[in-house]
Structures are given as C-alpha cells and as structure tokens.
Design a binder for this molecule. Structure first.
Ligand SMILES: Nc1ncnc2c1ncn2[C@@H]1O[C@H](COP(=O)(O)OP(=O)(O)O)[C@@H](O)[C@H]1O
Ligand SMILES: N[C@@H](CCOP(=O)(O)O)C(=O)O
Length: 314
C-alpha cells in the first residue's frame, strides 16, 4: 500500500494556486513508501513530491521542517518543504498535513558496492557535523526505555540466549549511559531512504525517525543495512568503505570504538522489535506492508560471527 489518501487533479490544481509553480502537467501516486501518501507532481516550473502525512509524529512536523531547512542550508542533498506565497511551509490537503518538496534526482540502490557505502558514510558524517551544533533537539520514542519494555515482552518469540545479553547492556546503559558523541540522527538511513545518480549520492529522504542520539548508533543503523552479505554477515569491503568514508570527515573516538560491537547489536535489535511489533499489530491485514522481523535476528547472529572494528586515527 502506498497511497492512503487520494488527490484528484482538480484538488491538486486548487492546492498549487498557493505556490507559483506554473501549470500542473501531471501527477502520480508513488508506490514505494509505507507510512505516508506520496505523489510525484510535475509543474511548468519543476518537479516536486507532495506528501500527505498519514501517521507518525505529526506534532513534530515543525521540527522536521526546521531540520530539513537547516540541512539544505548546509548543502546536504535533502528535500525541504517549500513555502507558499504567504510563507507557509506546513499545509493541509484532504484532511491531512501536507508538504510540497522538490523532487531529488536519482534512484535507490538495492545492491550497493564499496563506493556507494563510502558515499553514505561521508554524507552521514556531514549530517552529524551539521546537526551537532544546530541547537535542534528531539527525543526519540524508540530509545533504550522503549527497547527495554518491548524486549521484555518479545523475548518469548526469539532465541533467549542471543537476546538476554542485550537486555543486560540496555539495563546497564540506562543506569550509566556511555559518554558517546551526540547529534540529531537520521535514524533510518536504509537503502530505501537514499538516492544515487550513478555513484553520486543525490538524495537522503524520509527523516520522520530523526531524533537526538548517539551518532555511533546512526552509523550502526547504516552498516546493518548497507554492508550485509547474503547471509546477513558484515561484508568486509563495504563495511570498511562506509566506516572510512565517515571517519574521513568525522573521527571516531576511542570510547566509540569500545562500544561499537554493542551499539551495532542494539541497532539491529531496534529494527527487529519495530518489525515484530508491526507484524503483531497488522497480522492478517491485507494492504499493509510488514517487513520481515527475522531478518534482524539473522543480522544479530551474524554479528556474533564477524566483527569489524572502528578505524581510529593514529
Ligand atoms: N524528495 C523526493 N525526491 C525524490 N523521490 C522521493 C522524494 N520523497 C520521496 N520520494 C520517493 O517516494 C518514495 C517514498 O518516500 P518515503 O519518504 O520513503 O515514504 P514513506 O514515509 O511513506 O515510507 C521513496 O522511496 C522515493 O522513491
Ligand atoms: N527502515 C525500517 C522501517 C522504518 O522504521 P519504523 O520503526 O519507523 O517502522 C525497516 O526496514 O524496518
């Protein structure tokens, strides 16, 4: 399912009178997304993406708008909400909050190579450098307390021997958090949220998980999606390339190196839990895309077999 709220040509033409983009040429629903209704919109003065926000942290839309404006001003390849002729970025359409953003060029890469991974590492480091001192803050609703609560409930579903030690890590970090560098994270930088034009990284999209947190955790989320081989073990070439791309722009610290293996596993646990909860909630419903939770159990297993340390400057 990808378009939950339809928008007719007449409704869109009326909406577009708020902007100065010329005549509407065409529009079509985008099938790729899973949370919101998205449309490609072609006008005389450019190509755009219209998003009707269907669920998720709607009250935080002003935060996301400000974050994307900040990243765009820092030359990161991100979409940002266009303001209408009254200076208003956040709109309403067909009963939903709506955003109109420029369409970024490029395509998703399903099978990345080391050079794609290096570019992802570099862009993530630039994103962290940009948000670190921005003053922007947002608390995640998927942090350690959320993991602690749901891991307790979900342990019955899965191999306890593999997951119990992670419970220990969460409990101990809730008591005494490690001193890791923080910034605003993308927090969902999977392959389906990045666009490439050839080997040029042309877009980072879908910031609706963005929140303050440990930058190392964002690196771990990326590695867990971009650097896995077909058995869900770390691919050495791609992992080294992503980490080196990142470290070339933003150095890792010795404390980060010490916590890397646990942070990698926590990042895998977070997505196993969210997929497992979605599967429980939507089981038997048609039209709802539920991603396979077991994938992240295999990623966790893989981390027990292959480990690759963080590169530290000498
Ligand atoms: N600004 C954009 N430029 C180009 N394509 C976009 C843009 N925003 C979204 N898309 C396309 O729409 C798809 C769904 O967007 P996404 O934000 O991931 O939706 P959802 O929040 O519903 O998961 C993306 O995979 C991408 O192909
Ligand atoms: N990329 C994630 C989906 C986004 O996470 P959610 O917690 O916002 O549903 C995945 O592949 O599971």
């Amino acid at each position: 399912m990808s378009v939950f709220t339809e928008v007719s040509r007449a409704e869109l033409e009326a909406f577009l009178t708020r902007y100065d983009l010329g005549r509407l040429l065409s529009h079509e629903g985008i099938s790729g997304g899973s949370e919101n209704s998205n449309f490609f919109v072609s006008c005389e003065r450019g190509e755009f993406v219209l998003t009707l926000v269907e669920r998720g942290p709607v009250d935080d839309l002003p935060f996301f708008i400000e974050l994307l404006e900040h990243l765009h001003a820092d030359d990161l390849p991100v979409p940002y909400a266009l303001s209408d002729q009254q200076g208003q970025a956040l709109q309403q359409l067909n009963g939903r909050p709506a955003l109109l953003q420029p369409r970024l060029p490029g395509k998703h890469v399903a099978q990345p190579d080391a050079s794609h991974c290096q570019a992802v590492g570099q862009t993530l480091a630039r994103l962290h450098n940009s948000t670190e001192k921005s003053g922007l803050l947002r608390e995640t609703d998927r942090g350690l307390p959320w993991m602690q609560r749901h891991l307790g409930e979900q342990l019955l579903h899965a191999q306890q021997a593999m997951l119990e030690p992670l419970r220990g890590v969460i409990d101990s970090w809730l008591q005494t958090p490690p001193h890791l560098p923080e910034a605003v994270l993308h927090a969902d930088l999977f392959r389906d949220n990045v666009l490439f034009d050839g080997h040029h990284l042309s877009g980072v999209i879908d910031f609706y998980n963005a929140a303050s947190g440990w930058t190392l955790y964002d690196v771990a989320i990326c590695v867990n999606d971009w650097c896995m081989d077909e058995s869900q073990r770390l691919d050495s070439g791609r992992t080294h390339a992503l980490l080196a791309g990142y470290a070339g722009i933003r150095r890792f610290t010795p404390v980060e190196a010490e916590h890397w293996a646990d942070v990698l596993r926590l990042a895998a646990l977070r997505f196993w839990l969210s997929r497992q909860l979605a599967a429980d909630q939507h089981s038997g419903q048609s039209g709802v895309l539920v991603k396979e939770p077991e994938h992240f159990l295999r990623v966790l297993e893989g981390h027990g077999k292959v480990s690759i340390g963080l590169p530290l400057a000498l």
